[in-house]
Each structure stands twice: as C-alpha cells, then as structure tokens.
Design a protein around this ligand. Sequence first.
Ligand SMILES: [Fe+2]
Ligand SMILES: [Fe+2]
Length: 139
Amino acid sequence: MHIPDLIDWGPRFELGIDSIDQQHRALVNMINALQTAMAFGDSRPLLDQLFTDLAAYANSHFAFEHELLESVQFPGLREHLTKHERYKNRLQSLKEEFLGKKSFLISTKVKEFLREWFYQHVLVEDAQFASYLTNKINS
Ligand SMILES: [Fe+2]
Ligand SMILES: [Fe+2]
C-alpha cells in the first residue's frame, strides 16, 4: 500500500463513532506534526514532547476503547487489547532508543510506526469493532 507522508484527514477515515473519530483525528494531527517537523529541520525537540503526548494519548484512547468494547461485549476484545499492549511496548522501546541516542533514524522509525499503526490498526482493526457496534445499534 502506498502510504503518503501527510495524512489528509477526511470522511474516508471516519468509523462512524464520533468520539472515536475525534480521537483518531488527534493521532493523525500528531503524525502530521512529526512529518512537518522532519521536513523543516530538526525533529528531535518535537519528538521529546511527542513521546509524552503519545503515551498520554494511548492511555486515554485505549481505555476509552476498552470500556466501549466491554460494554457491547465485542467478541474480539482480548485480541484487540493485546494489540494495544503491543503498541505501548513498541512505543516505549522507541522512546528508549531515542533517549539512548542509539539511532539516527529515530524520527523516521517513529513516523513509520505511527503511520502503519494508523493504516493497519485504526482503519482495519478499529473498523472491525466499529462495524460490529453499528450493526448492534441498528439491529
Ligand atoms: Fe483506536
Ligand atoms: Fe484500537
């Protein structure tokens, strides 16, 4: 799949649950901010703040999804939560790489990781619970 540098948020990314869509949009804004910082110079100062923001974001967004999925008894709940845990672990190891200054390519790695997460998790895996939820509401 071709993944563009900047993610141009639009209705095609909406899963139909307003609060979730708003939260996903916030993630896209963070990814775009990183991409812009990289295009215009040193992204390291931004990255420092970004790790903090992404951790806070993951905690609140994942907790929100967890509660929502539990309330509708989504059958794929456990599996979904495992994906969220993996994301948090990967983010943590990228942060350690960044703090250890072990990688020159850290900004690129973080950006690629986030974009892949958006396209794979948000648009595929989150979309699965969204359609489950929409069907449940409409039936
Ligand atoms: Fe999500
Ligand atoms: Fe999710």
